[in-house]
Design a protein around this ligand. Structure first.
Ligand code: MLC
Ligand code: AMP
Length: 507
């Protein structure tokens, strides 16, 4: 039987099971054979728990090889993988589980007591998966069950259009939307990135990204898998570990914060990076200054690419050829990109700014349970409206100049102001609020809440109640009090004026 994504990703690995798939900083190696055998056992456990093709398996666990094995197991079992940011609070998890109604929810053993009632309410079977290397109860129930499970799990038959993953991405209304990605969406993008970036089985990718988002899970992991290469798998981005492991790597993928942090460190120099084949950046704009500074220090030109949860990767600077700072390069093979006028939806002339729209095998199937939202974000001819503003320069390079959506990107994580404003506006003493992003030296943009209060309030009075409701990265780094919010004649808050007024807040 054929499972489009599993067999596509594992083709090279299954042919050479002794080859390493991932190496941990402590030297522990997971081979492709191990990955195959362990994902088979996890798939068997999922099946025993009642997972049938089309079901969702939601997962909120620390980064580990086992979490990747669970991803592949879910695909093997014919279900859709639904990874959740480890920073999400129980209140946020409640929303995702209620919306997606997964058959199984896997969480950290430490969170079990808190999350059990939420899983039960959503009708999900709860299992736990602890940190790599832990044993006994701390290892969790999934591993214990896997030890007793069948290692000969036959991958469930799944075709290109079947659902492989649902990734939630916040929405402008404040309600998160589950982007449905098919087997073909994921496999085609991994294959095209392998070709575009020349990944082979000799590649060793330094993996310091989280694995609950497109960048760390699909771009980094799937591309390495289809190439039959290997990962140096770090728990998180940490400068000491990155510099210690860099000599063994051939390539690294990061968000701009990785590169600005590396630039603050004296260990970044030509010698430390001379052996590297490729550094890529994405998920947020890489400042041209960062690109230039990195090249001056190392001789390496970071390759910037552009993507989204909904579309996987859309464009990339060339591997061979000029990697142009401040641009995201050209549409990937098979992906069409156009720039249209915001009002009329008609293509603009080259060099003019408009909304970026894309179409291709990389573009998702729609939002889970939200047919109207899906319809609103696609044109009749199948182009997806990204909400990013861009232009195409004289040489065909795509330049992203801003966003037509009210979105802040902090350290590569998306923060939708509405979600935060809705909570702040409910707090005692608050009249209204506007959440904005302003330049931040470390995170690119820092989240700031601008609040109109009825009475004198301290910052803490706004920030403290947010702790239980919002993941840390969404919480404003500062709260500023003003007498009134600037509005245009239509009554709309002029966030651009607020962004200008506070542009130096973090400098
Ligand atoms: C951590 N904090 C953040 C934050 N990350 N705050 C705002 N934005 C972030 N991104 C909080 C911490 O909780 C902490 O709070 C304080 O800020 C400082 O933490 P830190 O130790 O400096 O943070 P660190 O753990 O090092 O994390 C920073 C980071 C991480 C940049 C390494 O955020 C990260 O890995 N980002 C990658 C995101 C990503 O993969 N995005 C891809 C999305 S997919 P306190 O108060 O406790 O000190 C996508 C599509 C595409 O966009 O195109 O790829
Ligand atoms: P997400 O919803 O987390 O997948 O984030 C997708 C958004 O990140 C895109 O719509 C862009 O706004 C932004 N993004 C991704 N890559 C880049 C890039 N290279 N430059 C600028 N913005 C980017």
């Amino acid at each position: 039987m054929t499972n489009h994504l599993f067999h596509g990703l594992m083709q090279k690995g299954l042919a050479a099971p002794e080859r390493p798939f991932a190496v941990l900083p402590d030297g522990a190696v997971t081979s492709y054979g191990d990955l195959d055998a362990r994902s088979a056992r996890f798939a068997a456990v999922l099946k025993e728990a009642g997972v049938v093709p089309g079901d969702r398996v939601a997962v909120q666990v620390d980064k580990s090889i086992e979490a990747l094995e669970l991803y592949l197991a879910t695909v093997r079992a014919g279900a859709a993988f639904l990874p959740l940011n480890t920073g999400y609070t129980p209140a946020e998890i409640d929303y995702f589980l209620t919306d997606a109604t997964p058959r199984v929810f896997v969480c950290d053993p430490k969170a079990e007591a808190t999350l059990a009632p939420i899983a039960e309410k959503a009708g999900a079977v709860l299992m736990t998966l602890g940190k790599a290397g832990s044993s006994g109860e701390a290892a969790g129930t999934l591993r214990a069950r896997a030890e007793a499970a069948d290692a000969d799990f036959e991958p469930v038959d799944r075709g290109p259009d079947d659902l492989a993953a649902i990734l939630y991405t916040s929405g402008t209304t404040g309600r998160s939307k589950g982007a449905m990605l098919s087997h073909a969406n994921l496999l085609s993008n991994a294959q095209v990135l392998r070709e575009t970036w020349a990944f082979t089985e000799d590649d060793v990718l330094l993996h310091a990204l989280p694995i609950f988002h497109t960048h760390g899970l699909f771009v980094a992991t799937n591309t390495t898998l289809v190439a039959g290469g290997s990962l140096i798998f770090l728990a998180k981005f940490d400068l000491d570990t990155v510099f210690a492991e860099l000599p063994k790597a051939t390539s690294m993928m990061g968000v701009p914060t990785f590169y600005t942090r590396m630039l603050t460190d004296d260990r970044l120099n030509r010698e430390a990076t001379a052996h590297m084949r490729l550094f890529t950046s994405g998920s947020a704009p890489l400042l041209a200054d960062t690109h230039v500074a990195f090249e001056q220090r190392t001789g390496q030109r970071i390759l910037e690419r552009y993507g989204m949860t909904e579309t996987n990767m859309n464009t990339s600077n060339p591997y061979d050829g000029e990697r142009r700072a401040g641009t995201v390069g050209f549409p990937l093979e098979g992906t069409e990109l156009r720039i249209v006028g915001k009002e009329d939806g008609k293509s603009v002339a080259d060099g003019e700014i408009g909304v970026i729209e894309v179409r291709g095998p990389n573009v998702f199937q729609g939002y889970w349970n939200m047919p109207e939202k899906t319809a609103a974000e696609f044109r009749e001819d199948g182009f997806f409206i990204t909400g990013d503003l861009g232009m195409i320069d004289a040489d065909g390079y795509v330049v992203i100049v801003g966003r037509d959506k009210d979105l802040v990107i902090s350290g590569g994580y998306n923060v939708y102001p509405k979600e935060i404003e809705q909570i702040i506006d409910e707090l005692p003493g608050v009249v209204e609020s506007a959440v904005i992003g302003v330049p931040h030296p470390d995170f690119g943009e820092g989240v700031v809440g601008v609040v109109v209060a009825k009475e004198k309030l301290e910052e803490a009075a706004i920030l403290a109640p947010l702790h239980d409701q919002l993941a840390k990265y969404k919480q404003p780094k500062r709260i500023l009090f003003v007498d009134e919010l600037p509005r245009n004649t239509m009554g709309k808050v002029q966030k651009n004026l607020l962004r200008d007024a506070y542009s130096d807040l973090f400098s």
